[in-house]
Design a binder for this molecule. Sequence first.
Ligand code: DLL
Length: 435
Amino acid sequence: MERYYRPEIETAPREEILKIQNEKIVKQVRHVYDHVEYYRKKMDEKGVKPEDIKSVEDIHKLPFLKKDDLRECYPYGLLAVDLKDCVRIQSTSGTTGKRVVAFYTQHDIDLWEECCARAIVAAGGTNEDVVQVCYGYGLFTGGAGLHGGAHKVGALTLPMSSGNTERQIQFMMDLNSTILCCTPSYAAFIAESLKERGYKPEDNRLKAGIFGAEPWTEEMRRSIEAGLGIKAYDIYGLTETSGPGVAFECSEQTGMHINEDHFYAEIIDPDTGEVLPEGEKGELVFTALDKEAFPLLRYRTRDICVLTRGKCSCGRTHVKMCKPMGRSDDMMIIRGVNVFPSQIETVLLNEGYSPNYMIYVDRKNNTDTLDIDVELSPEKFSDNIAEMQEMEKKLAAAMRTMLGIGPKIHLVAPKTIQRSEGKAVRVIDNRKLHD
Ligand code: DLL
C-alpha cells in the first residue's frame, strides 16, 4: 500500500494546492520586494509591483533570476532576512566561477528536510529502515538533505558521506542497510564493488535506493536495480532551491512529483523566456513559495525538462517532471549536431557495456572530433586485436544511429576509468580551452 509523509498535502486536490500556492506567492513577493534590493530593482525596471501579483497566474510578470545574478550578488546580495536569523549555509560544488552560497533559517531547514522525508517515504521508508546516506556531507546539499529527511521519518540514519567504499560495504552488510542514498554513478560503483567481493544481489538487505544529483538514464536505472537487487528512485533538487527533495519519484517511476506546496514550476523557452504550455519541453524555472532566507523567484535552472499532470497510480496529485534531459549547458554541439551525454550512456548500456566511460570533444583542423573511451568488463576483455576492433566498429555504428554523428570508440581495459564517489565527470571538452 502506498504511504505518504504528509498525505493531506501530497494527495490534495489540485484546487487546494492552487489555493495554498496563491496565498503563499502574494506573501513571498512582498517579502522579497521589501528585503532584497537587487530583486526590487529588477521588478521596478520591469514595472512590476508586489500588488500586481495576486496569484500564481501572475508569476510570468516577474523578472527571471539566473546563475549570473547569483554570482553578481555573492555572497549576501539575495539574502532576505537578517544574518542572525540564519542557521546554515550550503553551497554548490561549482567548478567554474564563484560558488553559489545558499542561506537557511530553521524554518527553511525544516521545509527542506520535510521534502526529503516525503521522498524517503515514497521509496518505502519507515522508522524501521536503516538509511545509508553516502552523498557527500559538508557544503554539498546531498548529505545534509537526505540525513535530515531520514531523521524526520524516524529511520536509523547512517551518515557515511561519500567515499571509502570498503567501509560503505562493511557497514551496509553488518548494519543491514535497507535504503541507499547516493549519486547513481556511486551506486553503480558500489554494486560493482559488491560483485567483486563475491556478494550476490540477494546477499544485502537493501530494498530501495534514492539516487540523484546528476543525470542518469533508464538503462542505468535497470543496471543498478539488477546489481543491487533494489528498486531505484530518482530525486531532484538544486542548492539554489534548498537541495534534494524539490521533486522525487514514487512507486510508478514515471517522473518526479514536484513538492508544489513549496515550489512553483514553469517551463520556458530558453531562448525567448516565453512560458510554454504543459507537456512541452523547455527550461525548468522554480519559484520558492515559502523559503525565508534565500527565496529565489523565477530561478532559471538550465535543466531541460517536461512537466505533466496526468493521474498517478500512487495517488499523489502534484505535477511531475521528467528526468532532466541534460542541462542546456551540458549539451554538446558537435559538427552542428546536438549531443547529450545521456544518449551515449543509453547506447552503451543497451549494447551491454558498463556505465564507465569518458567523452572527449576536441577541434582538429577546424573540425569537431568526438572520442569515447569505453571500459570493458573482464568478461568482454580479450587480447585478440581483430575482435576488439570489430567491437569498436559495431559500437561506433550504434552510436551513429542514435547521435547522427559517428564517434571514435576506444575500448579500454577493465578498471582503467576512474570511478566517481559523487557527481561523475564524464565529458572533457577541450575545444573550450582553445576558444
Ligand atoms: O545536486 C542537489 C541534490 C543532491 C539532488 C542529492 C539530488 C540528490 P547542486 O549541486 O546544486 O544540487 O546541483 C544541481 O544537479 O540543476 C541538475 O542539473 C542536477 N541534478 C540534480 N538532481 C538530478 C537528477 C544537487 N535527479 C543540479 N537528475 C541540477 C538529473 C540532476 N540531474
